[in-house]
Design a protein around this ligand. Sequence first.
Ligand SMILES: Cc1cc2nc3c(=O)[nH]c(=O)nc-3n(C[C@H](O)[C@H](O)[C@H](O)COP(=O)(O)O)c2cc1C
Length: 437
Amino acid sequence: MTAKPFHLGWFTNFTPDDWNGTFANGGSPWNGKFYIDIAQQLERAGFDFLMLEDKLSISEAYGGTAEAYLKHALGMVPKHDPAPLATAIGISTTHIGCVATLSTLGYPPFLLARMCTTIDHLSGGRFGWNVVTSAEDSAAQNFGLDRLPLRDTRYEMAEEYMDLCYQLWNSWEPGAVVMDRDTATYADFRKVHPINFQGKYFKSRGPLNAVPSPQVKPTILQAGGSPKGRSFAAKHADAVIAVANGAEAMKAFRDDIRALAAGHGRNPDDVKVMFLVSPILADTKQEARDKYTRMVEAPHFIEQSLALISAITDIDFARYDVDQPLPERLLTNGEQTSLDMFQKWGSGKTLRQLVVDASGGIAASIDLIGTPESVADDMAAAMEFVGGDGFLITTSSAINRRYVVEVTEGLVPVLQRRGLTRTGYTHTTLRDNLLAY
Ligand SMILES: Cc1cc2nc3c(=O)[nH]c(=O)nc-3n(C[C@H](O)[C@H](O)[C@H](O)COP(=O)(O)O)c2cc1C
């Protein structure tokens, strides 16, 4: 098989799993075992990583109350802290990367840098940080601010934040830990340096009070979509995670990230671009199509999906008639790129149609509905057209084991037989596995 292989990641969050569906058997995954089990399943299938999305508030974006979110346990709430779960996943697996989303709005940089170092040690060099700047006023209000800073300011702050973290991670020179019994020396103080960082937004003395971890800095994931966001992602990320509407847009996005990475002096091959998809798999194409139809025609599907999109975009979609096109192009200080992806301004589609198009979220770069063989065909064709580098798989609705098994025991073996995804891991750290091809 001569096809160029691609990478697989899994996108989920520390939220209730499918608790009231036909194949539901859970809903209270708070001891972490459900997600650990899933990570182990993904590891058997050779996934690069499992990433845990995160938000830092209970949204009231839809209809001005938290009702839709709490009542339906929509992907956004309740949501537990991804960092301890990523740690538990790291110590319960051997090869797969564990990625937590941590917001530059929430953590002081010193605490975040130290936590990343600690989890990277605990996972043997398999920790990743999905860098986000947060996109909701309600999150900002949980951290003592009245409003979210403007997008450009958020990225400017994040730029400084990264610089500070890098300096902390490098505040110990290689070889600083000597553990020399003869001189009773654990660490050589001459190789551990304060950083005395003084920025516009952050200050930190340093050095980090933690020993450098196997990756030194965690593998960095980022999902910037705006021009500033893309540039930020191309500068810092080992993997850029993205949604794009269709193969043409995926290619344009990847080409852009690669050009931006080169502009930042990086080898574009060191930045993997991975596209969000939510495959719907069944024994026949018709059954898969029926499954999809059942999902989008389910009671409350439109309302629940809109509530989710409201939470992501900070726009109240309860205000709009679902059977009409949106009256204007909507703007947000939150995730504008995600909003544009959803609203497809100018398409003339009704709000209901937009929801159906988006598979209930903003979760589909290309439609993957069919048998493992036909979906593998579609993934291979898209990757060949786009040029690489992989997919980030998620569910359109709440996660259950059955869905994961359909991917790991149905789809992935087909991809592996075709030489399109890995059958084993060749490296120890997440970054090395990601950059292996
Ligand atoms: C695949 C994907 C995953 C994301 N995960 C998170 C997340 O966990 N938490 C969060 O606050 N934002 C998340 N975002 C939003 C991004 O961080 C970013 O705000 C968004 O893509 C819009 O880009 P922009 O801020 O440059 O406009 C995600 C976006 C995408 C496409």
